[in-house]
Design a protein around this ligand. Structure first.
Ligand code: HEC
Length: 159
């Protein structure tokens, strides 16, 4: 009898999810941006980053301020890129805690470039961000960036 009950109940539980018109990924993403950490990250972005990168992440490439939208997660696809995003001066110099900075980095990848996040990507951890923060890139950031972009271009031309 118990089993028969489950057979009836399971499809009923699944129905609202299927019927809502959202696929599971949309539901998860939607939920993430409603969380307190995501809202705090957005606030930190407004106060610390958007002056250069603009609210929509488009930056001003003509002024050397890179576009993050549709671009930033590509760095995760090459070796050294994960580290780079956590060591650029704009990130390391933000006057927010290691924990808030970690949330901000994880937020910006999902906010500005979800499609290029590699499948096997693990969100940044606080320990990791705290470590990289102690080794900030300075004037060498531009060169580091150029090398990563060259690696990325080489990788994509092979595919
Ligand atoms: C004063 C302007 C400025 C501010 C403020 C700033 N950035 Fe940047 N950001 C840059 C520049 C310029 C680069 C390119 C690397 C370099 O030369 O430093 C960059 C690169 C980046 C990158 C790597 C992407 C790429 O294309 O190189 C990320 C991620 C990033 N910034 C995030 C942030 C975050 C998050 C904040 C706020 C906490 C922030 N930035 C604040 C100017 C800024």
């Amino acid at each position: 009898m118990k089993q028969a009950g489950l057979i009836i109940i399971l499809p009923l539980l699944a129905f609202p999810l299927l019927g809502s018109g959202l696929c599971a990924q949309d539901a998860v993403t939607e939920d993430y941006f409603q969380r307190k950490t995501a809202k705090k990250a957005q606030q930190d972005w407004t106060l610390n980053c958007q002056g250069c990168h603009k609210a929509d992440g488009m930056g001003r490439p003509d002024k050397g301020l890179p576009t993050l939208t549709g671009e930033v997660s590509k760095f995760l696809q090459v070796e050294g890129g994960r580290e780079y995003l956590s060591r650029v001066p704009g990130v390391t110099n933000a006057s927010i805690s290691d924990s808030d900075l970690t949330d901000l980095l994880n937020w910006l990848l999902r906010r500005f470039d979800p499609d290029n996040i590699p499948q096997n990507h693990m969100p940044y951890s606080v320990d990791e961000v705290a470590q990289w923060r102690k080794q900030p890139l300075a004037i060498d950031a531009a060169l580091y960036r150029k090398n990563l972009l060259a690696k990325l271009a080489a990788k994509n031309s092979k595919n």
